[in-house]
Design a protein around this ligand. Sequence first.
Ligand code: SF4
Length: 258
Amino acid sequence: MFRTKTVYGPVPSWRLGRSLGVDVVCREKKVCSFDCVYCQLGPTKNKIKEREIFVSKERIKEDLSEVIGKIDADVVTFSGTGEPTLASNLGEIIDVVREYTHLPLAVLTNSSFMFNKEVRNELKKLDIVVAKLDAPNSKLFQKINRPAEGLKFNDILEGIKEFRREFKGKLALQMMFIDLNKGYADEMAEIAEEIKADEVQINTPLRSSPIKPLNEREIEKIERSFLHLNAISVYKEKKPITHVYDQEEVLRRRKTVS
Ligand code: SF4
């Protein structure tokens, strides 16, 4: 039976610092509601949109107790082999992790369930929510994120806006720019402003991906649309140095430890 650790890293994140990962999905193959064209984890075989329990909180406790106290990290991040908000026990797991650490808790989410009040309530327990937004309209959303049937761009956008109104922590928007959306930076900046995000993270797929990343000049052009906002950009930010606890667990999820 496939059995891997639910806790991995800390990985060097240009957005979050030294980030200890907690994988609440923890499957051999990615589990996601999207099939983004640039996904470093490969194609999504079966897109799902029903929440379920993938990993018990007891298992998370067991894995955390092995690591906490032995590693240096700046943040604990819910991320890994799929979309964390698909885990219906995410809220309970967040409570468990809080008991183990005083570090800030973050999530990387694809935003697909932000329209769901239950999900928003769970995410409100965190200090930092990094929400994906790669498209300014439904047509591009379908092309880039290739969502599970029934997931609609407008619902997701409204969900993020509603979450912003409710959430007192830091809300960052992660925007992955590739050839398909590089001409839409102004529209994306307008939406980020409407949302009132605390930060915009301008990214392009630099880690192993089926899609070619944009070069520095192309990203600089995009940055100009975000000058009036608090934006950080992948080519400019420095990655911290980390001492990875278990390289195999990191490679399973990121294809690289750097
Ligand atoms: S949301 Fe993340 S895990 Fe899911 S397909 Fe997109 S990039 Fe991959």
